[in-house]
Design a protein around this ligand. Structure first.
Ligand code: NDP
Ligand code: ZN
Length: 351
């Protein structure tokens, strides 16, 4: 079969691979729609996972089941399914400890385009199909369905990790698709003021749509200064980091109040260390929690997010700005994500 791969750092291309085979609990899926992720860009062009050779890219897909293993009970050939970016091994001690994302080792629940080939292929393999797939509602658009697999679960996880309370003041740093979903998640959890940090007008418009009350442009001055001025020197209860650089962590710790939470879902792809500002962190005694996490995957998570869309709590259509048609458009879509033109939030390829 054909697939679109990372050939080495900075190099991508089409390659031939063996079609994967389903083990007893697994499924083989033929993609109907895929979307490149900013993480694919970190992987290929920043070498965030080290040098990988001939690894098929992509971890955001919805598709049709082509084959199921003998022990799969709830899905059959021909079912249209949403496939989470994170597909844990549900028989693992990490799951018993409450962290399926790390089943089998740190971050090992993230298998596509990391521990195994990704979804930019004619077919891809899904481990533990009964536990990792979710049926796609018939009336859901492919564009919206594919946004659930990673963007929605990640942004919402940012809001969950931030432990937002009714009326919490929240800053969301970065308003690409992940940050926009963090805004939507913060609003659903009852945030009061939501200050969004970005620069591109298309994202600012979407941030307002999803619930931002204030906008700060990181290109027009230090965001910590701007946010301290907006909050009359008090800072905010919660900060969600969904974009930026290591310095963003300094700004986040600076603007969060004592007792507050900095929740990071940004992928820090470079350098050996991340900075924490000593004084702003109360010399270690400010009760300012810093937490970061990989998005939850698995079937139940997908089904719960599907309900939020189905019952009109969240409208995902605003995330998708570019729609390509045809398997051969994957390269163009990926490169669009690298360049991030002024009018781009997320591209989707309909196959
Ligand atoms: P985007 O690149 O679309 O968005 C990044 C956002 O950060 C943009 O709004 C950008 O603003 C803003 N930004 C860039 N530089 C700065 C800065 N110095 N200070 C403040 N804001 C800045 O990314 P995505 O939304 O697709 O993804 C966000 C991150 O989440 C990525 O690192 C991605 O890899 C990661 N991720 C993590 C997952 C997880 O499980 N934890 C899963 C999926 C993704 P502008 O565009 O206006 O310049
Ligand atoms: Zn991703």
């Amino acid at each position: 079969m054909k697939g679109f791969a990372m050939l080495s750092i900075n190099k991508v291309g089409w390659i031939e691979k063996e079609k994967p085979v389903a083990g007893p609990y697994d499924a083989i899926v033929r993609p109907l729609a895929v979307s490149p992720c900013t993480s694919d860009i970190h992987t290929v062009f920043e070498g965030a996972l080290g040098d990988r050779h001939d690894m098929l890219l992509g971890h955001e897909a919805v598709g049709v089941i082509d084959e199921v293993g003998s022990e799969v009970k709830d899905f059959k050939v021909g079912d249209r399914v949403i496939v989470p970016a994170i597909t844990p091994d549900w028989r693992s001690l990490e799951v018993q400890a409450g962290f399926p994302q790390h089943s089998g080792g740190m971050l090992a629940g993230w298998k596509f385009s990391n521990f195994k080939d990704g979804v930019f292929a004619e077919y891809f393999h899904v481990n533990d199909a009964d536990m990792n797939l979710a049926l796609m509602p018939d009336d859901m658009s492919l564009e919206s369905a594919v946004m659930i697999t990673d963007m929605m679960t990640t942004g919402f996880h940012g809001a969950e990790l931030a432990n937002i309370q009714m009326g919490s003041s929240v800053v969301v740093i970065g308003i690409g698709a992940v940050g926009l979903m963090a805004i939507a998640g913060a609003k659903l959890r009852g945030a009061g003021r939501i200050i969004a940090v970005g620069s591109r007008p298309i994202c600012i418009e979407a941030a307002n749509f999803y619930g931002a009350t204030d906008i700060v442009n990181y290109k027009t001055g230090d965001i910590a200064k701007q946010i301290m001025a907006l909050t009359k020197g008090k800072g905010v209860d919660r900060v969600i980091i969904a974009g930026g650089t290591p310095e963003t962590l300094i700004q986040a710790v600076t603007i969060v109040k004592p007792g507050g939470v900095v929740s990071n879902v940004n992928y820090h792809g470079k350098g050996d260390f991340l900075p924490i500002p000593r004084l702003e962190w109360g010399c270690g005694m400010a009760h300012k929690t810093i937490v970061g996490g990989l998005c939850p995957g698995g079937r139940l998570r997908m089904e719960m997010l599907i309900d939020l869309v189905k019952y009109n709590r969240v409208d995902l259509s605003r995330l998708v700005t570019h729609v390509y048609h045809g398997f051969d458009k994957m390269e163009e879509a990926l490169l669009t994500m690298k360049v991030k033109s002024k009018d781009l939030i997320k591209p989707v390829v309909i196959i």
